[in-house]
Design a protein around this ligand. Structure first.
Ligand code: 5GP
Ligand code: ZN
Length: 112
């Protein structure tokens, strides 16, 4: 946990958020600045700043997140398809240095 990390603060309840799912390993919240009709962020509890610093434990949690998302499609409003995105570093416009997976869906997304 890092004192000035937005996502660690959200997990501690110091910053309010809309939580759709949480367990011992991670939480799924609504993104504050949605880029699609449904835009959620899955945030591991452990603070790993960048995907290129990922630990084995962290990677295991990312796997659990991906598996759980597939089972929560209805609850999350992403039936019909979704996009998972992880931004790494400056060129990808990563703004929060706490690894997270964006979940985008709820509509037909733009093709790459
Ligand atoms: P990044 O750009 O690092 O890949 O994604 C960070 C995401 O976190 C952005 O989509 C941004 O809108 C979201 N975000 C930043 N601060 C907050 C916050 O306080 N609450 C919520 N719910 N989302 C946030
Ligand atoms: Zn953090």
């Amino acid at each position: 946990m890092v004192e000035d990390c937005v996502f660690c603060k959200i997990r501690k309840g110091e910053i309010p958020s809309t939580v759709l799912y949480s367990d011992d390993d991670f939480m799924i919240i609504k993104d504050i600045n949605p880029q699609a009709k449904i835009h959620l962020v899955a945030i591991p509890n452990i603070h790993v700043p960048y995907i290129d610093m990922m630990t084995e434990e962290g990677a295991c949690i990312l796997g659990k997140i991906i598996s759980k998302i597939s089972h929560l499609q209805e609850e999350l409003g992403i039936t019909g398809g979704y996009r998972l995105v992880v931004n790494q570093g400056e060129n990808a416009h990563q703004t929060v240095a706490h690894v997270h997976i964006h979940i985008l869906g709820g509509e037909k997304l733009k093709d790459f």
